[in-house]
Design a binder for this molecule. Structure first.
Ligand SMILES: C[C@](O)(CO)[C@H](O)COP(=O)(O)OP(=O)(O)OC[C@H]1O[C@@H](n2ccc(N)nc2=O)[C@H](O)[C@@H]1O
Ligand SMILES: Nc1ncnc2c1ncn2[C@@H]1O[C@H](COP(=O)(O)OP(=O)(O)OP(=O)(O)O)[C@@H](O)[C@H]1O
Length: 267
């Protein structure tokens, strides 16, 4: 069975408090985008994992797909499987690529081996693997809160706009991003702000990671500025970075950015 795990962007991200467990409470809007990996699972004689495409740092045993397999195996009698992941979603990008692979792996296993899990049950498994992971089970635009793994559905349809995603030559680890952030009280919740017209978002919606990540990686600040110079209605770093997205009325010419960055049009 083959599935195509997709990336997400965060529209707005407010870090509201540090939790006793070391994590942070936050609020954000998750929006799915059309940048995809390819994940294939076949029944096999032995458990194996191989990947192609972008190089994934870390050992294969730490790959979130294998961790998903081990997690399900605690509760279900599963045969060995051969997993192939073709990696295309940029890594260290704030696009949730690894989390998406894990969530799609759980959905695939549920279907392939008829495990009978509901979406809520799959989300409970996904939460164990990462804060971002549960979102990709339903994969619909949501307002997310607490660790970013509790959701309220929202009406948000950006299909009438052109969304462009730019990945500069910089990588930010999620842990690095959280280490430098100072939680702040939220006056106006994103749940309400997101209902404003897109052209007004620039004045009201922010990503709390940007300030210190831009200081550590000025190239990311430059990409965001370029998107506004080319007419973006709204531009922001996604999640903990390093990718930056822009929402446009018409598709911009980003050929100069393409010299130094990976640019994805119409995501
Ligand atoms: C930045 C976001 O992508 C926004 O959507 C997410 O909050 C990150 O979620 P994620 O990559 O799934 O994160 P995890 O793999 O669960 O956590 C990585 C590290 O980020 C920090 N972390 C993550 C989520 C959160 N709400 N508070 C945190 O402080 C913790 O130090 C944790 O050890
Ligand atoms: N399937 C996978 N794809 C990508 N990274 C993976 C995968 N499985 C495990 N990882 C590990 O996760 C790390 C990437 O996570 P990181 O949080 O830094 O960036 P990200 O992919 O942009 O995700 P996020 O949006 O959650 O921040 C990699 O260094 C790698 O070791």
């Amino acid at each position: 069975m083959i599935v195509f795990p997709n990336a997400k962007i965060n529209i707005g991200l407010n870090i509201t408090e540090r939790r006793p467990d070391g994590y942070h409470n936050l609020e954000t809007i998750f929006y799915p985008i059309k940048i995809n990996d390819v994940l294939e699972v076949i029944e096999s004689d032995a458990l194996s994992f191989q990947s192609s495409g972008l190089e994934i740092p870390g050992s294969e045993d730490d790959n979130l797909c294998l961790r998903g397999y081990q997690l399900l195996k605690r509760d279900f009698k599963l045969p060995p499987v051969a997993i192939h992941l073709h990696k295309n979603i940029p890594i260290g990008a704030g696009l949730g690529g690894g989390s998406s692979d894990a969530a799609f792996f759980i959905k695939l296993m549920n279907e392939k081996f008829r495990l009978g899990l509901t979406a809520d049950q799959m989300m409970d498994y996904a939460r164990v693997l990462g804060a971002d992971c549960a979102f990709f089970i339903n994969n619909q635009p949501v307002f997310a809160f607490e660790k970013g793994d509790e959701f309220e559905s929202i009406k948000l349809d950006l299909s009438g706009y052109k969304i462009v995603l730019v990945m500069p030559d910089a990588h930010v680890s999620t842990a690095e991003a959280y280490r430098g952030v100072k939680p702040t009280f939220v006056k106006e919740t994103l749940y309400d702000l997101i209902q404003m017209p897109v052209a007004q978002w620039k004045r009201h919606i922010r990503n709390d990671f940007e300030a210190h990540i831009f200081n550590n990686h000025p190239v990311i600040r430059g990409v965001k500025a370029s998107l506004y110079e080319r007419g973006a209605l709204y531009a922001s770093m996604s999640g903990s970075g390093a990718s930056v997205f822009g929402i446009f009325e018409t598709l911009p010419d980003l050929s100069t950015l393409e010299e130094t960055c990976r640019v994805f049009y119409n995501v």
